[in-house]
Ligand binder design. Structure first.
Ligand SMILES: Cc1cc2nc3c(=O)[nH]c(=O)nc-3n(C[C@H](O)[C@H](O)[C@H](O)COP(=O)(O)OP(=O)(O)OC[C@H]3O[C@@H](n4cnc5c(N)ncnc54)[C@H](O)[C@@H]3O)c2cc1C
Length: 345
């Protein structure tokens, strides 16, 4: 066995419960599981999968995924949440790696004196999926911040690093070209407003502290504590905290985003319907409906919670109730935003 194959075996852990890497806390044992910390380690794993003819599934923090109870046998599940890098290329251009938490962008913005990334504060998940999903908060979305995206085309035998410009990424509401192609996002360059004050170097240990605990940050309560505490620390060290961050905190805690296990909104909104999915679920009187360990959030009709050891089937049962209700009363089938990973046959 050569060094690269040896490293592949070292990086791939055996029999890891996916529930621990998903904000739903749902998912059975993966035969193989890896958390690369660098682009080189990611490439070694992809290369090993190719050599051994193994399938793989790449994800980030697992805050927008419903894993099955019986994951597909022999598949390597690769979480990029330990591959967290950020560096300034110049005052207004940064490189960000796919495993960097989205929320770290808002913290870096506070430290480096730029305002364009506040919207990522307390937005669960990592940069790769943020680009894949074109994650948004109100009018701000990742697709508008990205200049170019570095990716690997899984269908290309050479697995070489490629680059695509933002204007070719087909960004629109919760859509991007990455949902249509077998491409793995490695990182991106983003353009930020020029710093408003002299720039401080480094993130003051925040990135290191994140890496020490990142294995756990698929838990939404721990995710919230980590980032809200880091921002409080910055405030104590005389960083001005913009009002937008407090507003986001109030909005998300008010909607109980971090107190229950969920993946946020289950469905994409259909703006042609004239109302959000949450409002339609409210009109159908479905808020609070429970099945097994799952429940439609009493606070937000578009969230299906794991409130008491739910299984993937419990969640999917309520998803079907909502879909059927919306189809019968409002004439369309809502498109899930949460990625539903199929069970082994
Ligand atoms: C409480 C809560 C609130 C939320 N609020 C919002 C919100 O306001 N706005 C919003 O847009 N979203 C929101 N979300 C959804 C979630 O934050 C975003 O979808 C986020 O981008 C998911 O990141 P992740 O790393 O957890 O993705 P994962 O769940 O790990 O993956 C999601 C999908 O992306 C793919 N993917 C991940 N990484 C890569 C990569 N490197 N290359 C290619 N494909 C990749 C995966 O294969 C999967 O299909 C919320 C979620 C929660 C739990």
């Amino acid at each position: 066995m050569n060094d690269r194959n040896q490293l592949f075996h070292t990086l791939c852990k055996r029999q890891v419960r996916l529930a621990e890497h998903s904000s739903y806390g749902i998912g059975g044992e993966a035969d193989y599981f890896a958390m690369p910390e660098t682009a080189e380690q990611l490439m070694t794993i992809l290369d090993g999968c190719k050599t051994y003819g193994m399938e793989y599934f790449v994800f980030g923090m697992g805050t927008n995924i419903l894993f099955p109870e019986r994951p597909r046998r022999g598949t390597v599940f690769i979480s990029l949440k330990n591959f967290a890098e950020i560096r300034q290329i110049d005052g207004s251009t940064w490189f960000i790696s796919s495993g960097l938490p989205l929320s770290m962008l808002s913290v870096a913005g506070l430290i480096w004196g730029t305002s364009g990334l506040h919207f990522t504060y307390l937005l669960p998940g990592c940069v790769g999926a943020g680009i894949y999903m074109n994650a948004k908060y109100h009018d701000d979305q990742m697709g508008d911040k990205v200049e170019k995206v570095y990716y690997v085309d899984a269908a290309d035998p050479s697995l070489s690093l490629q680059v695509i410009r933002a204007e070719d990424c087909r960004f629109s509401y919760k859509q991007s070209i990455f949902q249509q192609k077998p491409w793995i996002i490695v990182g991106a360059e983003i353009r930020v407003p020029e710093p408003e004050a002299p720039v401080q170097s480094g993130l003051g240990g925040i990135l290191e502290r994140y890496k020490e605990g990142s294995g756990k940050l698929s838990s939404l309560s721990q995710f919230y504590s980590f980032f809200s505490n880091e921002v409080k620390e910055l405030q104590l060290r005389n960083h001005a905290i913009p009002g937008q961050l407090s507003d986001i905190d109030k909005y998300r805690t008010g909607n109980r985003h971090f107190t229950s296990r969920s993946c946020g909104s289950f469905f994409k909104n259909n703006y042609a319907a004239g109302a959000s999915i949450g409002a339609l679920v409210d009109r159908l009187n479905l808020k609070g409906l429970a099945h097994g360990g799952a429940m439609i959030s009493p606070y937000h009709g578009n969230m299906i919670l794991n409130h008491n050891d739910a299984t993937a089937s419990d969640i999917l049962y309520l998803k079907d109730i909502i879909s059927e209700g919306i189809y019968r009363h409002f004439g369309f089938i809502p498109e899930p935003e949460v990625v539903i990973v199929p069970e082994d046959k």
